[in-house]
Write a protein that binds this ligand. Structure first.
Ligand code: AMP
Ligand code: MG
Length: 418
């Protein structure tokens, strides 16, 4: 795909041969969005606990070996290996954190606890259970260990000077422990992304108010809040904005002025009250796509002032699906993460699926285990307004453009979103 500017595309959609805003594939749309994303440049120092799920702004190089001394993997006796040895004299004890000071000579041993430093002269540990303690010596039972047994070597986890975590990595729970094991208390991370969102629609009511006829509670702001929270971005909820051009304009400009990303739901299709489109044409360079996908056909992406803008369809399932399929990865890229696409697995589908070729479908399914084999069952109601299907399901069944009807037992792709 040729690199092209947003305004070229927004103003002259026909300027590119392979660009048709009325028939975009999921992959094309992702590729388009990706080329306009530049990761945040500012960084800050953060204590490691607070850095969880944030993006590393530096490579982490191990300042020491981990473990930093040879130590015992077992409770037992440390001795100098000697084939066929049967009786060994005990000359002391080594505890974790309290090493044995002396040196172990041939035919001598030190009682040793898991994690204790291997004393000078010793190279092997025999498990306590493989010995008989006779007071000041031990008898070695059958199965004496081979040389070096039960010894954890210095540097066997990490070596001094080794790069252990790379810039762009999203910090996970294990990494907090890894950093702590290196004695590192804080790290440089990219600054947090500022993301604002609001819902559009005259029919929407916020929680705490009662519903009049024709009104519904705004649920998208809650699912969007939940999905954003998993990314550790700074969130601003700008509420529900009715389909009134002046209010929509004021809210959009306020959001774009103070945030890296603005998300809206509703108002990007061709309904009569869809004012967002003309507003976005006025204030931004925004692309409106009809994506060959179900659910979530209309999607808008572009820039309003300096903010990236995503206009998600209003149907609650479509909002979530477009967020997971486009917005999540874009946000991670803007955060500076070296994102890998979400893993996709192949499993057997237990039911038939009706599907037309020519579009990608993200059906909601339940992965379950049957006789040790994982299978997927699509939910019965796949409507784009059936938000309960997103709660009941645990995965998307991803059906590519060239997939048609599937019979029970067909192998399908699944993507876990929980
Ligand atoms: P729209 O994209 O604005 O045409 O909305 C499509 C459908 O989604 C309509 O049935 C709306 O009532 C519904 N909808 C839009 N926004 C929300 C929201 N924030 N929460 C729940 N449903 C919504
Ligand atoms: Mg609407």
């Amino acid at each position: 795909m040729t690199k092209i500017t947003l305004s070229q595309l927004a103003n002259h959609p026909s300027c590119m041969d392979d660009y048709d805003p009325n028939a975009m594939s999921v992959t094309q749309a992702r590729t388009f969005i990706q080329q306009f994303l530049t990761p945040v440049a500012q960084t800050e120092r953060s204590p490691i606990r607070e850095s969880l799920h944030r993006i590393l702004a530096e490579n982490i190089v191990s300042p020491q070996h981990v473990p930093n001394h040879n130590n015992s993997a077992m409770d037992g006796y440390a001795f100098k290996y000697n084939e066929g040895i049967k009786m060994i004299k005990i000359i002391g004890t080594a505890f974790a954190g309290r090493p044995f000071d002396g040196e172990v000579k041939p035919s001598e041993c030190v009682k040793i606890m898991t994690g204790a430093v291997i004393p000078k002269g010793a190279d092997t540990v025999i498990m306590q259970e493989k010995t008989v303690n006779k007071g000041d010596y031990i008898n070695v039972l059958e199965d004496a260990p081979t040389k070096g047994s039960n010894v954890r070597l210095a540097g066997e986890d990490l070596k001094r000077g080794e790069t252990v975590l790379c810039k762009g990595h999203q910090i996970q729970a294990a990494d907090l422990g890894l950093l702590a094991s290196l004695g590192i208390a804080d790290v440089m991370v990219n600054r947090q992304l500022k993301v604002a969102f609001f819902s559009t629609g005259d029919e929407l009511v916020s929680l705490g108010k009662s519903l009049e006829e024709g009104q519904i509670y705004d649920s998208n702001r809650y699912t969007i809040y939940g999905m954003l929270s998993e990314l550790k971005v700074l969130i601003t909820d700008l509420g529900v904005v009715p389909d009134q051009p002046a209010l929509l304009e004021a809210t959009l400009l306020k959001a774009a002025g103070a945030h890296d990303v603005v998300l809206t739901s509703g108002g990007v299709s061709v309904g009569e009250a869809d004012y967002m489109k003309s507003l976005l044409r006025k204030h931004g360079e925004v692309l409106f796509w009809k994506i060959n996908m179900k659910p979530g056909r209309p999607l808008a992406y572009g820039k309003v002032r300096n903010a990236h803008y995503f206009g998600l369809p209003g149907n609650p399932v479509s909002t979530m699906v477009t967020f997971y399929q486009f917005v999540r990865q874009a946000l991670l890229t803007l955060m500076g993460n070296n994102v890998l696409p979400s893993p996709v697995f192949q499993v057997e589908c237990t039911e038939s699926i009706k599907k037309a070729k020519g579009r990608t479908e993200f059906q909601r399914g339940t992965l379950f285990e049957e006789n040790g084999v994982w299978k997927v069952k699509p939910l019965a109601n796949q409507g784009s307004g059936i938000l309960s299907s997103m709660s009941q399901a645990n995965c998307f069944i991803v059906l590519d453009e060239d997939t048609g009807h599937c019979n029970p037992g067909a192998i399908v792709k699944v993507q876990i979103y929980k």
